[in-house]
Design a protein around this ligand. Structure first.
Ligand code: ADP
Ligand code: ZN
Length: 299
């Protein structure tokens, strides 16, 4: 395939670090990582690396996988700009243009989680599925959706992390999202767990009722995604998603009761198959950027 013999560049702009990669013949052949500081510095360092790369004249395309919220509508005046964010200095940052002017090739843009979903669809645990969700539970909660090989975005892009879901009876934790308090990110992301468990979740006993509340919140998220997206795969990554033993199983066990006989084929066994770990690990983001780059020229 043409895309295998071509050279592509990708940038994953994350909350804690930014990664740029060059991809050739099916694999990443070069990369740089810079900590995410202020936008000029971070985008400048990534842009300098790309501009000076010896393969730059041969780039067939650049893909940018960015944290959000970011404007993805190419018709909008602020296309490619970060929207209002609590991240200091980043509101209004012109991510797309600041990187696009450093390369002489087509540039594609999407969210980090949509890109990761696309990478898992192309090369990982999402292969062969026409509808899939990539969830990350880490510093925040984010979700990307790919349907028939296309990342879902329209007016903006999905904001799965800020869904507000039904709470377990007796759970009085107020949540910590600065916008919504007890949206799902405010309840189950890393900083929320630190607040909820007063530091370390691993210090809480196996029968601590707060574990049950956490499982209940995550189960609500799974049930909501099932109802809304009808995914064949939900891949769960991120430091919390991958790092809290038993959390996914405890949540999955609660989903059938939430569905309450609706979609009876989705029993615990079927849900365990549907809710799978991602396969590309830490490279899902950068590979997602490459997948975006390839979609510019290959539809
Ligand atoms: P990011 O979301 O910035 O890409 P991670 O996915 O690694 O990074 O998530 C980092 C967040 O997850 C931090 O808030 C950290 O405290 C939390 N975290 C990571 N691993 C665990 C774990 N095993 N148990 C609880 N919280 C964790
Ligand atoms: Zn929120």
């Amino acid at each position: 395939m043409a895309e295998h013999s071509q050279i592509w560049a990708g940038v994953e702009l994350g909350g804690t670090k930014a990664i740029a990669v060059v991809w050739r013949e099916g694999r990443i052949v070069d990369r740089t990582v810079v900590p995410t500081g202020d936008p000029q510095q971070t985008i400048g360092a990534i842009g300098n690396w790309l501009a000076a790369h010896p393969l730059r004249p041969a780039f067939a395309g650049l893909g940018i996988a960015s944290f959000g919220p970011i404007r993805l509508d190419p018709e909008a005046d602020d296309f490619g700009h970060i929207l209002a964010t609590p991240k200091p200095g980043w509101s209004g940052a012109p991510v797309y243009t600041a990187l696009a002017e450093r390369v002489a090739c087509p540039v594609a843009l999407d969210t980090d989680v949509n890109a990761a979903a696309l990478a898992e669809y192309r090369w990982g645990a999402g292969q062969g599925y026409s509808s899939l969700v990539y969830l990350t539970i880490g510093t925040g909660v984010g979700g990307g959706i790919v349907v028939d090989g296309h990342p879902v975005h329209g007016a903006l892009h999905p904001e799965i992390g800020h869904l507000r879901l039904r709470r377990a009876e007796g759970d009085v934790f107020a949540g910590i999202c600065p916008f919504h308090g007890n949206c799902i990110e405010g309840l189950i992301a890393g900083p929320a767990l630190a607040a909820r468990f007063g530091g370390d979740i691993h210090a809480a006993g196996a029968d601590d009722p707060r574990r049950n509340f956490l499982a209940s919140d995550l189960a609500e998220l799974f049930a909501t995604l099932v109802m809304m997206v009808s995914p064949q795969r939900i891949m769960v990554g991120g430091g919390v998603g991958l790092g809290v033993p038993g959390m996914l199983d405890a949540a999955i066990a609660k989903v059938p009761a939430i569905l309450n006989g609706y979609l009876p084929q989705l029993d615990v066994e079927a849900l365990r198959t549907m809710i799978a770990p991602p396969r590309l690990g830490a490279d899902a983001g950068p590979l997602g950027a490459i997948a975006l780059a390839q979609s510019v020229s290959h539809g």
